[in-house]
Ligand binder design. Structure first.
Ligand code: ADP
Length: 189
């Protein structure tokens, strides 16, 4: 697996293969739901490139470089995923430009409930308008992860709850570290 926290990193110089998919997202932090989609993608594609986004409007808990590193370390520490078939890169600029630059044709997105659909449709349609040769493929998550999101994980951790069934151990430890100082005076729901 190639790790790069460098936003100018040109992925794909070593991908070459046609059977490459790009899985973009915030991954703030990566959850078992993301990992489920990654594993499903690896059943179909030779290589999956996780493209970690940085949207200025979103206030991320973990910085982009941090998220790249956390995903890389998580995949390695889990030992269930062939890490040489996964690349984690920091995305800068337009997703379709990145996909074009590595000669890939497929974007992977995960679908949980119907509530994801409208946003995902908008995103996929926009990307198709920008490049009609790039296809977005949707994968349905395992039922047990269908209500799992990074937002929920961040909220539960912030309030001192246990997220060990939602995220890999490395991530829950990282969240614990981050929130150990407190900030748990608000209630969730
Ligand atoms: P974004 O900000 O791009 O939506 P996310 O990290 O929230 O980034 O999600 C990245 C992709 O992973 C999206 O397609 C999202 O639907 C999918 N995803 C997130 N959580 C899950 C989950 N629990 N099961 C399946 N897919 C998921």
């Amino acid at each position: 697996m190639v790790y790069s926290g460098d936003s100018n990193y040109k992925a794909g110089s070593n991908t070459g293969a046609k059977n490459v998919a790009v899985y973009p997202g915030s991954f703030d932090p990566i959850t078992f739901g993301h990992i489920d989609i990654l594993k499903r993608s690896l059943n179909i594609f030779d290589k999956v490139i996780i493209a970690v986004a940085c949207n200025r409007k979103k206030g991320y808990l973990f910085g982009q470089k941090e998220r790249v590193k956390l995903i890389t370390d998580t995949i390695e520490s889990m030992g269930e995923i062939e890490s040489d078939r996964v690349e984690v890169v920091a995305l800068s600029g337009l997703l379709v430009k990145f996909v074009e630059s590595i000669n890939a044709r497929v974007i992977i997105r995960g679908l949980r409930a119907v509530s994801d659909f409208e946003y995902e449709l908008q995103l996929a349609t926009t990307n198709r308008t920008l490049n009609p040769d790039i296809e977005t493929i949707f994968m349905m998550t395992a039922e047990k992860y269908s209500f799992l999101s990074s937002t929920i994980v961040r909220e539960i951790s912030r309030l001192g709850g246990d997220v060990s069934t939602m995220v890999p151990l490395l991530i829950s430890k990282e969240l614990q570290k981050l929130y150990s100082k407190g900030d748990r005076d608000e209630t969730l729901m």
